[in-house]
Design a protein around this ligand. Structure first.
Ligand code: MEV
Length: 401
């Protein structure tokens, strides 16, 4: 039997015959995973942590974050605490919908006007077909069309309501494409698929008194670092990685498609030469931070309701709609960004990072939990964060006993 047709238990057994002995997993978890994906043989687990208090548009949220990188959740908490003391993050959303593309190959008899005139009708027909989307407050909002020689491009804007909407948008595009191929002069549909071009934009803004950051000198340094990130792609890429540390962690915890956000964010960052997605500027006695991100996300649909771990994350968040979740994610992106810039402008990033990384190193040692704590404490005291030093300390402890 083909590998993909086997049960996950049989796939694991087959791997075992090849000497690949996977770590144990409960039958229930294995079935749950198998229902989500293909060729499943196990699951990968991430730590779920929380930001205790993020103040967004006047409301406090506890934010779930799933990440294996030490210091990301600590950084988000650090930034969020500073924000909360100074009015929080103000976020404006432009949730107009996500884009889909239909590209048709046409011949010389094709008249662009023939489709252009029918656009209102096409929108009506599609919305009539996908009534459940209309009932949830969404639907096809706009179609624009242009022709480049033998190719006709249709850009379709779909409001996916509370879902991310990728599957629904693709279904709508296929449906429209099937109607379009019957127009005079249309040879064939080349493709009909959603576009990951930036949409559903969310812009977060914070204004922090320079004293909250350790004074004007530090704030000025952050503003300078930010300017460098806007002008120099080497720093810009790292600045954006720090933002995505937080953004992806919330996207993963809430069952959202982080690849879609990453792809769209990369387009925004690449506009007019690659640059930082955020900006931090000194305005009199305040440091003003701003970040715009595409947020093609949802709070329903996809695997969200099928996964109990994701439902845990929504319990932590409370009752949020997709616009609120988009605002929270942008707020976390800004918080991670500020914490990184603050650390770089002051003690340097490595000190804090290595302190947290030490726990991972110590976890790899084969010894008791008590010994691990003692070793960690000593490493932090001595500010020596290497595996060799951890092993040296373990040896000393063992010799003592
Ligand atoms: C590390 O994962 C992310 C940072 O490098 C981001 C930054 O430098 O802004 C700390």
């Amino acid at each position: 039997m083909k590998f993909y047709k086997l049960s996950p238990e049989k796939r694991r057994a087959l791997l075992k015959q090849q000497g690949i002995d996977l770590s144990p997993i409960s039958p229930a978890q294995l079935t749950a995973m198998d229902n989500l994906s293909e060729n499943v043989v196990g699951s990968i687990c991430l730590p779920l942590g929380i930001v205790e208090k993020l103040l967004v548009n006047g409301k406090e949220y506890m934010v779930p974050m799933a990440t294996e990188e030490p210091s990301v959740i600590a950084a988000a908490n650090h930034g969020s605490k500073i924000f909360a003391r100074h009015g929080g993050v103000k976020v404006k959303n432009q949730r107009k919908g996500i884009y889909g593309q239909i590209v048709l190959q046409v011949n010389k008899t094709f008249k662009l006007k023939s489709i252009k005139d029918k656009i209102p009708n096409l929108i009506d027909v599609a919305n009539h077909q996908f009534t459940s989307l209309i009932n949830h407050g969404g639907g096809v909002k706009k179609i624009t069309i242009r022709q480049e020689k033998q190719l006709v491009y249709l850009k379709v804007l779909v409001d996916p309501a509370q879902a991310m909407g990728a599957n629904k948008t693709n279904a709508i595009l296929e449906f429209l494409a099937n109607l379009l191929v019957d127009f005079d002069g249309v040879e064939e549909k080349l493709f009909a698929i959603l576009s990951n071009y930036p949409s559903q934009l969310a812009t977060g803004r914070v204004s922090l008194p320079v004293n909250s950051l350790g004074g004007k000198e530090v704030a000025a340094k952050i503003a300078l670092l930010s300017q460098i990130g806007i002008e120099d792609p080497y720093r810009g890429a790292t600045n954006n990685k720090g933002i995505m540390n937080g953004v992806d962690a919330v996207l993963i915890a809430t069952g959202n498609d982080f690849r879609a956000v990453e792809a769209a964010a990369a387009v925004l960052a690449g506009e007019n030469g690659y640059h930082s997605l955020s900006s931090w500027k000194l305005e009199e006695d305040s440091l003003v931070g701003q970040l715009t991100l595409p947020m093609p996300i949802g709070v329903v649909g996809g695997s969200i309701s099928a996964r109990s771990d994701i439902q845990d994350a929504y319990q932590i968040l409370g009752d949020v709609d997709s616009e609120t979740l988009a605002s929270i994610i942008v707020g976390i992106g800004l918080a991670n960004n500020l914490a990184a810039l603050l650390a770089i402008s002051t003690a340097g990033i490595q000190a804090g990072h290595m302190r947290l990384q030490a726990r991972n190193m110590v976890a790899t040692l084969e010894t008791t939990a008590e010994n691990k704590e003692l070793i960690l404490k000593q490493m932090r005291k001595d500010k020596k964060y290497t595996l060799e030093y951890a092993k040296e300390l373990l040896k000393k402890l063992q010799e003592k006993k």
